[in-house]
Design a protein around this ligand. Structure first.
Ligand code: ZN
Length: 242
C-alpha cells in the first residue's frame, strides 16, 4: 500500500465559487478519486488542525504528500516546513499542486524564488511532452481545460530533472506545467492545473496524471535518518602495491 496524505490549506470557503468548484474542499476532491485506487491508503490534513495536521506520526506514515496552498503559505510554521523538507530528503514523495509553487516546503526544496506570471481565466491546452514517462501513462497528447488560471514563464525554478507537461494558454503564454526533481532520496513533482474556482481536479485526465504521479514519487527506499558518518577506510590501502 502507498500511504498518501493530501494537505490543503482549506481557505476561501466564504466564496461560493470556491465551494461549488470543489465541494468539501480541494483535499476532499483529491482524496475521493485517489481513494478509489486499491493500492492507496489516503488521509487528509488541513492547516487549522494542530501542527497543520502534519504531526511526526503523520509524516512518518506518509509515502506521498500532496500539497495545495494559495493564500496562507505564511501561516505554515517553519518548524513544520523543515520536517516536510527532511521527510522528502529521506525519501517521501511530494506533489506540489498549482499555487503551491510558493508553498514554503516547495520553495525550500527548489532553492529559487519559484515566482511566475499569472492571470485568472484563460483557456489551457496541456501538452504531454514526455509520453514515455510513467506519469504520462494513459494520458492524451493534449488535454483541453476550458478555464484555468494562466501561469506563464519565466517560472523561476531550477532546471527540472524531467519535464513532462507544457501548458499553452489562450493569452499566448507557455508554462512548464509538469516537472520532476530528485531531492535526496525523495522525488518532487510540480503540477500546474487546479485553480480553486476551476474544476480541473474533476477532469479524468488530470486525475490520471495525479494518480500516476503518486505511484511515481512513492519511495522505493526511505532513510531512517539523515547523518554524515565518519567511517573506517572501506579497504586497507597498504595491500595495494604501486
Ligand atoms: Zn490559482
Amino acid at each position: 500500500m502507498i500511504k498518501v496524505t493530501v494537505w490543503n490549506e482549506y481557505t476561501g470557503q466564504d466564496h461560493p465559487e470556491v465551494v461549488s468548484a470543489n465541494p468539501g474542499g480541494i483535499h476532499a476532491v483529491l482524496a475521493s478519486f485517489l481513494g478509489e485506487e486499491t493500492d492507496f491508503k489516503v488521509r487528509t490534513a488541513i492547516l487549522e488542525e494542530p501542527q497543520c495536521g502534519l504531526t511526526d506520526e503523520v509524516l512518518e506514515n506518509t509515502d506521498v504528500l500532496l500539497w495545495w496552498g494559495h493564500s496562507a503559505h505564511h501561516m505554515v510554521p517553519d518548524e513544520i516546513v523543515e520536517k516536510v523538507v527532511k521527510a522528502v530528503q529521506k525519501g517521501m514523495g511530494l506533489i506540489a499542486l498549482h499555487s503551491s509553487h510558493l508553498a514554503k516546503p516547495f520553495v525550500r526544496l527548489m532553492g529559487t524564488t519559484c515566482t511566475l506570471k499569472w492571470r485568472d481565466g484563460d483557456y489551457e491546452k496541456l501538452w504531454t511532452v514526455a509520453p514515455y514517462h510513467p506519469i504520462a501513462e494513459g494520458v492524451p497528447e493534449c488535454i483541453d481545460l476550458e478555464s484555468e488560471e494562466m501561469y506563464g514563464e519565466r517560472f523561476d525554478i531550477p532546471e527540472p530533472d524531467e519535464l513532462i507537461f507544457l501548458g499553452w494558454f489562450s493569452g499566448g503564454e507557455l508554462f512548464r506545467s509538469g516537472c520532476v526533481w530528485n531531492r535526496g532520496y525523495g522525488k518532487v513533482f510540480y503540477f500546474q492545473p487546479g485553480h480553486e474556482t476551476n474544476r480541473s481536479y474533476s477532469n479524468e485526465h488530470i486525475q490520471k496524471i495525479i494518480i500516476n504521479a503518486v505511484r511515481f514519487v512513492a519511495p522505493t527506499i526511505k532513510r531512517n535518518k539523515i547523518s554524515c558518518p565518519n567511517p573506517q577506510p572501506a579497504m586497507k590501502t597498504e595491500k595495494i602495491k604501486v
